[in-house]
Design a protein around this ligand. Structure first.
Ligand SMILES: *[C@@H]1O[C@H](CO)[C@@H](O)[C@H](O)[C@H]1NC(C)=O
Ligand SMILES: *[C@@H]1O[C@H](CO)[C@@H](O)[C@H](O)[C@H]1NC(C)=O
Ligand SMILES: *[C@@H]1O[C@H](CO)[C@@H](O)[C@H](O)[C@H]1NC(C)=O
Ligand SMILES: *[C@@H]1O[C@H](CO)[C@@H](O)[C@H](O)[C@H]1NC(C)=O
Ligand SMILES: *[C@@H]1O[C@H](CO)[C@@H](O)[C@H](O)[C@H]1NC(C)=O
Ligand SMILES: *[C@@H]1O[C@H](CO)[C@@H](O)[C@H](O)[C@H]1NC(C)=O
Ligand SMILES: *[C@@H]1O[C@H](CO)[C@@H](O)[C@H](O)[C@H]1NC(C)=O
Ligand SMILES: *[C@@H]1O[C@H](CO)[C@@H](O)[C@H](O)[C@H]1NC(C)=O
Ligand SMILES: *[C@@H]1O[C@H](CO)[C@@H](O)[C@H](O)[C@H]1NC(C)=O
Length: 459
């Protein structure tokens, strides 16, 4: 009888363990080909010819962007741990946080990272997109750029001819998965730091990307079965920059106000037709709930942490340990768990064989019993507001254990309010309820203006 029971339990346990659809996500490589162990880590670790007593680590430095060996190691390790993922999403930002470079630097960085990733996963579906730094100069995205024509040559084999028109028009496309349609967007067009805004011929809908998204969502809503020949009733949204605010610095938002509102209006309107919403850009591990007018939680945007450790000087920000993660889904819509892997950069620099290790399971860490749904995550957030131990768990993972410090005053507000409200009006009302830390009071507005102007400060 006991033997039978054990077999029965084993059978019960097997399907969920074996049949999860694995979505590997690699975010924010920021390859710096000028990284040098003889470099100055207050100057992006570039070698300026000065003789120094100490060399930097061969795999990178917390102050700087990723040298090639770090990116190679992250990709190799993701392939070691997940040799056969069902889907790979790669949300861009391949160029380092540098200024004054030419197109050859962008194309070389994209080509090198493409080669590393595609050669390691030759038979996998890979959905790439651009980050705001993958442009010359950074944050200059417009419609019909030579970037789209050149990278199309690198990526067309994975994306298929049917996507050529939208890709060349604005760097966006869709991809039919077994049970859903992935819509991969170039949200860099909506970034408030995007200098090309002045040149947009269609400021209401740059590159007609909102129309494209809305068409896909409306088709999904009308799709008679969950999956038909010509449609799916679910759309997954993938992009570099998410709607909402940066969680580490008070009142830093990404999209221009009108684009954030428009994006969220569409998300709320078609929330039932949207599966996952997955982004990068923050470099940190966080999420944004999306609420309708009546405060109902209708969607969830998940931000995957970065491979680059780069130290952001935005107030309250900083560095992070290198990471990648896997979303385990049920082949259709539900995210069953999110498993993040990381490496301690100091350990890796001491020992080149240091592996990436399991960091945490979202489900286990936050005590979620069912799937990772918007409502389940909202419940976790409500608990974080009053349970500092749970909030500290989140803070530890936020930077993959790089210098985790419990935030106070408006820095705590920035964290909690960014997670609760992706829309700016409610985010700002929420933030205004937190006390300002005296010493940052003056610095912040001036700094934000500078940061927007000198875009290398920005993520
Ligand atoms: C480098 O080491 C030498 C000898 O130990 C020392 O005199 C010098 O001050 C050091 N330079 C720096 C920049 O630390
Ligand atoms: C891209 O990289 C591959 C492999 O490293 C190289 O053979 C090719 O010349 C590069 N192409 C461009 C356009 O730089
Ligand atoms: C998902 O797609 C697979 C393969 O096309 C199919 O076998 C399965 O029934 C689908 N699942 C759902 C829930 O639609
Ligand atoms: C706007 O377009 C003009 C004309 O093509 C170009 O010279 C300028 O650099 C563009 N501005 C930005 C910020 O992209
Ligand atoms: C797909 O086909 C169904 C029935 O054949 C139709 O009702 C639906 O409108 C079509 N959807 C799209 C996006 O063409
Ligand atoms: C978003 O929806 C609200 C409410 O329907 C509407 O008033 C507003 O104009 C919409 N905003 C945009 C940018 O479309
Ligand atoms: C380096 O790390 C590997 C893998 O963890 C380990 O087997 C090896 O002993 C380490 N080497 C040293 C010198 O610590
Ligand atoms: C707070 O969260 C921790 C998990 O981080 C949990 O163990 C503890 O029971 C929670 N405390 C309360 C009062 O809910
Ligand atoms: C956030 O910034 C906006 C301007 O972008 C300003 O109107 C608002 O008062 C600020 N809110 C807080 C809480 O600092």
């Amino acid at each position: 009888m006991w033997a039978n029971l054990r077999i029965y339990l084993l059978l019960l346990a097997l399907p969920s363990a074996n049949f999860a659809y694995q979505v590997l996500h690699l975010a924010d490589f920021h390859l710096d080909i000028e990284y040098s162990i003889n470099g100055d880590n207050t100057k992006m670790c570039h070698d300026d010819g000065t003789k120094r007593n100490q060399t930097l680590g061969p795999f990178g430095d917390y102050m700087c962007d990723a040298p090639k060996p770090l990116i190679q190691h992250a990709i190799d390790e993701s392939a070691r741990l997940f040799p056969n993922p069902d889907l790979i999403i790669w949300t861009g930002d391949n160029v380092a946080h540098i200024e004054g470079y030419g197109w050859e630097v962008v194309l070389d960085a994209v080509n090198q990272t493409t080669s590393l990733l595609f050669s390691r996963f030759p038979n996998q579906i890979i959905l790439p997109t651009f980050g705001n730094h993958d442009y010359c100069p950074s944050n200059g995205f417009e419609s019909e750029s030579s970037l789209y024509t050149k990278t199309w040559e690198l990526w067309k084999g994975k994306l298929g001819d049917e996507n050529k028109a939208t890709f060349l028009k604005g760097g966006y496309y869709k991809y039919r998965l077994p049970n859903a349609t992935a819509v991969v967007l170039n949200t860099n067009l909506y970034y408030s730091a995007n200098k090309a805004y002045v040149n947009f011929t269609n400021k209401i809908d740059p590159a007609d990307q909102f129309a494209f998204l809305e068409t896909e969502l409306a088709n999904a809503e009308k799709c008679p079965n969950r999956v038909s020949e010509n449609c799916t009733s679910l759309v997954h949204i993938i992009a570099h920059i998410a709607p909402g605010a940066f969680e580490k610095t008070p009142n830093i938002t990404w999209f221009r106000d009108e684009y954030n509102e428009k994006f969220l209006n569409l998300t709320v309107r078609y929330a039932n037709s949207i599966g996952w919403m997955i982004f990068g850009h923050h470099h940190t591990d966080t999420f944004h709930l999306i609420k309708d007018e009546k405060e109902n939680v209708v969607q969830l945007a998940l931000m995957s942490p970065a491979v680059t450790p780069w130290f952001s000087t935005l107030p309250g920000a900083g560095a992070n340990n290198p990471t990648f993660r896997v979303y385990e889904t049920d082949l259709y819509s539900k995210i069953e768990d999110i498993k993040t892997y990381y490496i301690n950069l100091d350990e890796l620099n001491k020992n080149a064989s240091t592996p990436f290790v399991f960091e945490y399971s979202f489900k286990d860490a936050y005590g979620i019993t069912g799937d990772i749904t918007p409502n389940a995550v909202s419940d976790v957030l409500e608990k974080m507001k009053t349970n500092d131990s749970l909030f500290m768990t989140y803070i530890n993972y936020n930077t993959a254990f790089w210098n985790p410090v419990m935030p106070v005053d408006e820095y705590k507000g920035a964290q909690l309010c960014s997670m609760e409200y992706a829309d700016y009006p409610r985010y700002q009302t929420c933030l205004s309820k937190y006390e300002k830390s005296a010493h940052n009071d003056l610095k912040l507005p001036i700094f934000s203006l500078l940061a927007i102007f000198y875009s290398e400060f920005l993520l």
